[in-house]
Design a protein around this ligand. Sequence first.
Ligand code: IDP
Ligand code: MG
Length: 178
Amino acid sequence: TFVDQELSAAELERTFIAIKPDGVQRGLISDIIARFEKKGYKLVAIKLVHPTKDFAEKHYDDLKGRPFFNGLTDFLSSGPVVAMVPPPPPSQSMSNHTADPQVWEGQGVIKYGRKFIGATAPLASEPGTIRGDFAISVGRNIIHGSDGPETAKDEIALWFKPEEILSYKKETDKWLYE
Ligand code: IDP
Ligand code: MG
């Protein structure tokens, strides 16, 4: 149906967000989740995990060879991390393009998630962003978010089994979209 097409299109917009060990230790889980939740994004998977060093190296595979790689992967594997996947609900703009899901790939929650998070260096992040409001050092910037559709897909597959990602309808969608 039309609605199913909208939902499968919205699934393409999934991003992977992780609250890093510093965010968990500092008691910022609820503040961070609240921003995505209040914006209207839908949470479809969440878990608390303590990644191994090996797993952290896989997650940051693209940064292998950088001088901070060892410290970064030590840090990510130093304690529990909150892993989550919030895609947006189907929107009216999406329903104009149901024939070609590629049209809106890369828009929505991936880009907006990065805007919410702010710049990699917290001191360069605007006030109002998560890193801007809650962090100081680049190596203690409390949150991770996928930087594009391809990374989102890879990171979701690395952190979650397909059966851990739920599909459900939110009744608030009609109050969020005209
Ligand atoms: P991002 O998290 O904003 O996407 P990336 O460049 O992908 O930033 O780097 C991944 C993580 O590596 C950052 O969030 C940060 O914690 C850490 N990192 C990046 N650059 C530096 C650096 O110059 N020194 C120390 N840590 C860094
Ligand atoms: Mg990155």
